[in-house]
Unconditional design. Structure first.
Ligand SMILES: Nc1nc2c(ncn2[C@@H]2O[C@H](COP(=O)(O)OP(=O)(O)OP(=O)(O)O)[C@@H](O)[C@H]2O)c(=O)[nH]1
Length: 265
C-alpha cells in the first residue's frame, strides 16, 4: 500500500489529547502515514534527539468493549500473530507490552486487554486509570455492541482525563460481514466515531486485515502527542506556531516491522 517503514516494532519484552483534532480519520486510506507528512517539529526533534523522556515512557492503551467482540483476539493477532477460534472470557485484565522504535526513538505501548463480561467488569475498570489511548471495540456483526460504545466510553473516561485521552473506535470480525451488511453498520459507526471524536477502524483478527496498520496508527498518534507535549514542556515550540495534533491524519506517520527479519528502513 506504499507506506514507508520507519517505525520498528522491537522484539516483545515480555507477556505481555484525545488529540485536539482527532476524529476526522475514518478510513484506512486516510489513516496511512507517510514519512514526509509526519509532523515537522516531531521529525526535527527526533533527528536532533530532543525527545526528552518520551523514549523511556510507556504509554498505556486500554481496549474495552462488550463481551466476545474480539478484544483478546485483536491484541493477540498483533502481539503474537495468533488467532484462537475458541472463546475464553478475559477475567479482569491482561496486558501485553510492545516496544517500537519511531524515527529512531524507542517507544513502548502497554496494551491492556479488559473483560467485557459484566461480572468481571468491576475488576477490569480498576485498571482503566492512566490510559493515554482508549480503544473501544465493537463487533461489526452485532449492532447492540455498537450501541454500547458510549457506555464504554463513559466508563473509561471516569478514570481518565477526557481531554487528554486519544480515542479509537474499532469494528471487529469484518471477515464475517458481507460488503452490504458491513456498509450499513459502517455508516452508523462513522457517525458515532465522529460524535465522540474517535478515529474509526475496521479489522479482522481472523485474517489480520488492518490489525497491524491499526496498531501502528495508535503508536504513531501516541508517540507524536508525547513528543509534542515534551516540546511544549521544554519550551521548544516556536511562539505563534500553530500545531494541530491529528486534525489532518496524513500529518501523522507510523510504520513498523512485525518481526526483526522483516526490517525495512
Ligand atoms: N471470525 C472471527 N471471529 C473472531 C474475530 N475476533 C474474535 N473472534 C471470535 O470471537 C470470540 C470472542 O473473541 P475474544 O477475543 O475472546 O473476545 P473478547 O472481547 O476478548 O471477550 P471478553 O474477554 O469476554 O471481553 C472468539 O470465539 C473468537 O475466536 C474475528 O476477527 N473474526
Amino acid at each position: 500500500m506504499g507506506f514507508q517503514v520507519n517505525l520498528h516494532r522491537a522484539d516483545r519484552a515480555g507477556p505481555g489529547a484525545r488529540g485536539a483534532g482527532l476524529g476526522s480519520c475514518f478510513t484506512k486510506e486516510a489513516a496511512v502515514h507517510t514519512k514526509g507528512d509526519f509532523n515537522n517539529q516531531v521529525r526535527t526533534a527526533c533527528q536532533e534527539q530532543r525527545t526528552g523522556t518520551v523514549g523511556f515512557k510507556i504509554s498505556k492503551v486500554i481496549v474495552v468493549g462488550d463481551l466476545a467482540v474480539g478484544k483478546t483476539c485483536l491484541i493477540n493477532r498483533f502481539c503474537k500473530d495468533t488467532f484462537d477460534k475458541n472463546y475464553k472470557a478475559t477475567i479482569g485484565v491482561d496486558f501485553e507490552m510492545e516496544r517500537f522504535e519511531v524515527l529512531g526513538v524507542p517507544f513502548s505501548l502497554q496494551l491492556w486487554d479488559t473483560a467485557g463480561q459484566e461480572r468481571f467488569k468491576c475488576i477490569a475498570s480498576t485498571y482503566y486509570r492512566g490510559a493515554q489511548v482508549v480503544i473501544i471495540a465493537f463487533d461489526v456483526n452485532d449492532v447492540a455492541s455498537l450501541g454500547h460504545v458510549r457506555q464504554w466510553l463513559e466508563d473509561a473516561l471516569k478514570e481518565n482525563d477526557p481531554t487528554a485521552v486519544q480515542l479509537f473506535l474499532v469494528g471487529t470480525k469484518k471477515d464475517l460481514s458481507s460488503p452490504a451488511q458491513y456498509s450499513r453498520i459502517e455508516e452508523d459507526a462513522i457517525k458515532i466515531a465522529s460524535e465522540i471524536r474517535a478515529e474509526y477502524w475496521a479489522v479482522s483478527s481472523l485474517t489480520g486485515e488492518n490489525v497491524r496498520e491499526f496498531f501502528f496508527r495508535v503508536a504513531s498518534v501516541a508517540f507524536e502527542t508525547n513528543v509534542l507535549a515534551e516540546l511544549e514542556k521544554s519550551g521548544s515550540r516556536q511562539i505563534g506556531e500553530v500545531v494541530r495534533i491529528g486534525s489532518n491524519p496524513s500529518n501523522l506517520y507510523a510504520t513498523s516491522k512485525k518481526k526483526q527479519s522483516a526490517c525495512c528502513q
